[in-house]
Design a protein around this ligand. Structure first.
Ligand code: SRM
Ligand code: SF4
Length: 565
């Protein structure tokens, strides 16, 4: 039996519901119809309430998510976002784990203006959420290899090619509220998605080996850039399909899964292959059970060989065999670096992605970025690890930017920005905005990292880089299952402790302890950190040691690379 989301989409393929009327009703502070709440997601909007204030009354507000292919945010766009966050949001902008921005705390009175002005800044929130292809991720670091700009261009091309066209987004948010629905164009099935869109969300990423800075294998669709060994030019991509991390506590039918790498394609085949993979999800995804509806379960149920044959049948050509590739690292570049074109870029760590002005005398990050981009031509780029870069900076501007940042309490030297553990960390928003949060995440992150650094320090591992990621529930929005230490919320102040993913993002971690109270985290970590300190091989990372020693039945080396189909 189709689940209710399927019935709602089928009944109104334009995804309009009564959104225009509720928007026009100044007396309404929220949407009440289930159809509206679901359709808003396709428009990049979530209705939320402030969970800190729930005991008194529900304080309705909205989260708005932008779509930034490859994490690119032109200067004028950022300045518009900052103005909107100050005027209509909670005066923060949040860099997401998929290289987008989120506004939190937007009241209904400001919702239409916020979305209209985001579009006026030549950005969109369309398809930032919902059962469609989400923001396409790509390595944001400017030209550290000759492939970087071509991969960025391909990500933008594919992002456009995967956008839904048939929704009422532009009618409602860009052209203005239409009250007379009789005037609205008749709903036509979307040319790519059909009438009922996808069974579930669909995620795409690019990466350039050996740096897996987009956690490529956790995506439904992934393109691993392959350079021609003779020329160094971009030859094409290895195709990865069927990754995904979301799971539910106590439901063994749900699990994190890494993508299978099933073939090689040329750049010219990119759009056709991308659209065909999306349509396999559309046609084969399980529409009867949203917990089993992601593309990863199609791969799990039918296997990579079946998938490749189905894909080749649809596109009418054969994929090449998988070319050699290896991911051995992740992470962003911090501090000032030269670009290949001679200009500069600056990598800045943002704790849990939250760009804000600290009210207690800490860094005024939002104001700093407004001042820098107000005065200097530079492009902002968001990273998949919730950090940001300022790119394309001229020689002459480096000193002035450094000075402006310092005046706002923002350091540029990597070590002064944050410790290695902190720079690699991520946390999802969780409380108070996320309606699905079971435990704190973003707000607990600084304290939890302090605890972890303290335990590392006790065993002489003070300078050790360990990837720590926290989420407030098992959905896995900060990709905790690809962390060396993952903490996954179970209940208030209670977390599962996952250990043992690798630094290249090619091996998932496993549950080590199921129910750790926040204050018991040091005691939970000490035994493993102590053994690691004494037993590690030279230069062995914490995650690799955990996989080798805690789960000896699993061959950590073999598991590190997904098999070709
Ligand atoms: Fe997520 C739902 C935040 C990346 C898996 N995610 C949500 C919602 C919208 C909660 C809800 O449904 O009510 C969260 C909004 C919280 C808030 O207050 O802002 C939310 N997800 C986020 C962000 C902002 C987390 C972050 O720390 O940055 C990320 C936005 C990315 C973007 O710009 O598009 C975000 N979410 C992810 C990722 C990581 C990724 O995609 O690389 C995952 C795991 C990968 C995956 O999809 O498998 C992820 N989010 C989920 C799931 C579980 C999906 C599943 O297959 O089970 C949900 C719940 C759902 O869809 O039902 C969810
Ligand atoms: Fe919310 Fe869970 Fe995602 Fe965190 S992981 S933002 S708690 S859905």
């Amino acid at each position: 039996m189709a689940v209710s989301n399927e019935i709602l989409k089928a009944a109104d393929p334009a995804l309009r519901g009564s959104i225009p009327e509720v928007l026009a009703d100044a007396g309404a502070n929220r949407f009440e119809e289930e159809a509206d709440l679901q359709f808003l997601k396709f428009h990049g909007i979530y209705q939320q309430d402030d969970r800190d204030l729930r005991r008194t009354a529900k304080h309705w507000q909205f989260m708005v998510r932008t779509r930034q292919p490859g994490g690119r945010v032109p200067r004028e766009q950022f300045l518009a976002y900052a103005r909107l966050a100050r005027r209509w949001g909670n005066e923060t902008l949040r860099v997401t784990s998929r290289q987008g921005f989120q506004f939190h705390g937007v009241l209904k009175a400001g919702l239409a203006t916020t979305i209209r002005e985001i579009n006026a800044a030549l950005a969109t929130t369309l398809a930032a959420c919902g059962d469609v292809a989400r923001n396409v991720m790509a390595p944001p670091t400017p030209a550290t290899t000759s492939l970087a700009s071509e991969v960025q261009a391909d990500a933008a091309l594919l992002s456009d090619a995967l956008l839904p066209l048939g929704t009422s987004y532009h009618d409602i948010w860009v052209e203005g509220v239409k009250l007379d629905l009789a005037d609205a164009p008749p709903a036509k099935p979307d040319p790519l998605y059909g009438a009922t869109y996808l069974p579930r969300k669909f995620k795409t990423a690019f990466a350039i080996p050996p740096n897996n800075d987009t956690d490529l294998l956790s995506n439904c669709l992934g393109f691993i850039a392959i350079a021609d060994p003779a020329t160094g030019e971009l030859a094409g991509y290895n195709l990865a399909v069927g990754g995904g991390l979301g799971r539910a506590h106590g439901n063994q039918q749900t699990f994190p899964r890494l993508a299978d790498v099933i073939g090689f394609l040329s750049r010219g085949q990119l759009v056709e292959v991308g659209r065909a993979v999306l349509q396999i999800h559309r046609d084969w995804g399980d529409r009867t059970n949203r917990k089993h509806a992601r593309l990863k379960y199609v791969l799990e149920d039918h296997g990579p060989a079946w998938f490749r044959a189905e894909l080749e049948r649809r596109v009418g050509f054969t994929l090449g065999e998988v070319r050699p590739w290896e991911f051995d690292r992740q992470g962003d570049a911090f501090g000032w670096h030269r670009q290949q074109d001679g200009r500069w870029f600056l990598g800045l760590h943002v704790t849990a992605g939250r760009v804000r002005d600290d009210a207690d005398g800490g860094p005024r990050f939002l104001a700093a970025l407004e001042a820098v981009l107000g005065a200097h031509p530079a492009e902002m780029r968001l990273t998949a690890s919730q950090n940001l870069l300022l790119a394309d900076v001229a020689d002459a501007d480096v000193e002035s930017i450094t000075t402006i940042l310092a005046a706002h309490g923002v350091a540029v030297d990597p070590a002064a920005q944050a410790s290695g553990v902190r720079r690699l960390s991520m946390a999802c928003p969780a409380l108070p905005t996320c309606g699905l949060a079971l435990a704190e995440s973003e707000r607990w992150l600084p304290q939890a990292l302090g605890v972890i650094e303290g335990v590392l320090g006790e065993y002489g591992l003070g300078g050790e880089d360990v990837v720590v990621r926290i989420t407030g529930c098992p959905n896995g929005c900060a990709r905790p299952y690809l962390a060396e230490i993952g903490l996954v919320g179970k209940a208030p102040n209670r977390y599962q402790l996952w250990l043992g993913a690798n630094f290249g993002g090619t091996r998932l971690n496993r549950v080590w302890l199921d129910n750790v109270r926040g204050e018991d985290l040091p005691a939970a970590l000490r035994p493993v950190v102590q053994r690691f300190a004494f037993e590690r091989r030279p230069a062995e990372r914490f995650g690799d040691w955990c996989a080798r020693v805690l789960w000896p039945e699993q061959d950590a080396t073999a598991a590190a690379l997904p098999a070709a189909a």
